[in-house]
Design a protein around this ligand. Sequence first.
Ligand code: ACO
Length: 326
Amino acid sequence: MIQARIVGTGSYAPKKVVTNHDLEKLIETSDEWIIERTGIKERRVAEKHEATSDLAYEASIKALKAAGLHASDLDLILVATLTPDVAMPNTACILQHKLNAKKAGALDINAACSGFIYGLSVASALIKAGTAENILLVGAEVLSRFVDWQDRTTCVLFGDGAGAAVLQRHAGKRGILSTHLHADGSLADLLHIEAGGSRLPSTHETVDGRMHYVKMRGNETFKVAVRALEDVVQEALEFNKIKPEEIDLLVPHQANLRIIQAMAKRLNMPMEKVVVTIQKYGNTSAASIPMALDEAVRDGRIKEHNMILLEAFGGGLTWASALIRW
Ligand code: ACO
């Protein structure tokens, strides 16, 4: 059996820490409100000179080292992001140049917070089809440039970071066992950036109207998220014919601690079996799962042959799951 196996992970968080108390000085909010509603205590913010590809590069170097591979071994680079360096070239091409990955193709994936799992699905399919042997998949975001620091309903939620995984062709039973991808574009308005694309190009009016920032109807998004995640997790369990107690670790997208706890409860899993990083990084969108994954690999929570469940929900709307035999 040919599988796509994750053979190395890496992550990078910018050094600058912005605490809830720092935000209290900027907007009408409180540390208590943010912790109680989201679980977030602080988040990282990229320095002025850092763009998404710079964060992606740092995470990629670590993942390649962990995999024991050189950039020249890569057949493809996938970058999941909603905050690319520029509209063109894609961030994967910029990363390909930084890494000097001469033979690698380069492609961005935008599925907001579900981007990393969408990327896993693409990478796994290409490896199984024999199209590629080694693929670097990165989730990287500099959301601090796309949040409105005057809007307390969004700016407290997001942070910057990057996580990377190297996937490799593997003859055996370990690897990505399944991915399930979903979308509902009719609910795009719940979470979107209005301007800056072909529909509404950048003008003085769009800038003055603060239309280049993430807008979210949080409460409505929350309700859809919990329902969609319950369904996609159930789908993964049924497809793989496994029971929740067979899952060793849940690595969820880090959007809200209450959503994470609801999913753990649904799976009857103690929180010790759930990787939580939201308190220190906030929601880093496509980067949140690979950052959490890397942390759990490095601190020994993920061991060989463990059954790992990933789930994510984000703008689009999109949602997805992946089951991995590590
Ligand atoms: N500080 C203090 N008060 C605030 C803040 C803040 N930072 N933000 C909002 N409030 C106020 C609101 O104005 C509102 O006041 P009102 O009752 O007087 O109108 C009150 O707090 C409650 O607001 P809600 O939006 O109802 O609060 P809720 O409990 O829903 O929490 C949150 C908001 C944290 C955004 C939550 O809804 C959430 O996590 N939603 C889901 C997010 C998600 O999963 N997104 C998808 C992934 S992100 C991506 O793809 C990029």
